[in-house]
Design a protein around this ligand. Sequence first.
Ligand SMILES: Nc1ncnc2c1ncn2[C@@H]1O[C@H](COP(=O)(O)OP(=O)(O)O)[C@@H](O)[C@H]1O
Ligand SMILES: [Mg+2]
Length: 270
Amino acid sequence: MAEELLTISDLTAGTEDKTILHDVNLTIGRGESHVLMGPNGTGKSTLGHVIMGDPVYKVASGKIVFDGEDITEKTADKRSLAGIFLSYQAPVEVPGVPLYTFLRTISQMRPELKMTPKNFRKRVSELAAQLSIDEEFLGRDLNVGFSGGEKKKIEMLQLLLLQPKLAILDETDSGLDVDALSVVSRAISSYMSDYNGSILLITHNTRILEHVDVDKTHVMTHGHIVETGDASLIATIEQQGFESYEKEAAAELADEAEGAPEGADAVAEH
Ligand SMILES: Nc1ncnc2c1ncn2[C@@H]1O[C@H](COP(=O)(O)OP(=O)(O)O)[C@@H](O)[C@H]1O
Ligand SMILES: [Mg+2]
């Protein structure tokens, strides 16, 4: 395996009153691509947000180490500077902030990406062309009135501009037409090959995986990672669905609930 970039150990996390992730272990090496699959509502997006440091979620126990540093208690902006990028399942709209201004602001926060205004404009134009984004979008307010496909392409523009060490892509491919899907998957490939980027791709869509070389696949149900395999696991899941994993996880949860002391935590309430 490649040098470790992200190591999550025994992570249990959730909101104030609900445990969503249970004892999650996950290691991503530098330059590796990992796919996370699982039924709706199992905690995939939560895992992405917890890695990013979203304050909505609390870590009850366990540890997240990124690039050799324990980031479990670090704020999201520190993690972003350390090189973690999260593409949201539903990107937020920011009225009053033109896309170009937003891009310039986020890249100026990264000293290693320092560029003159002229070079920055040139770089953004190149990337916009590469991603088939009309330059007219750069003057529009961030995500306001953008279609789903346009929002995802703009996220790819941020990815290629910021060159993070780890990109967590949360259903970046959902709802995309064939052309947008091909633009997005080419952007992911180029991020990985040009910058030795690592990805954690949360997806239901196996079409995107035709364009991305997958190193590892993880299956999550009820907040547990119940199986890890190579790329061939994707085909197995496509054929068999998540049913067998669901049964296994339900049995485990029942055991946990039985063994838990009274009022232990929300796990017992499932
Ligand atoms: N901020 C939150 N507040 C309350 N419940 C949440 C919150 N975020 C996630 N959940 C719940 O946690 C579970 C996992 O959600 P999520 O991580 O979005 O699942 P997935 O991405 O696998 O579909 C769901 O039951 C969801 O309702
Ligand atoms: Mg989700």
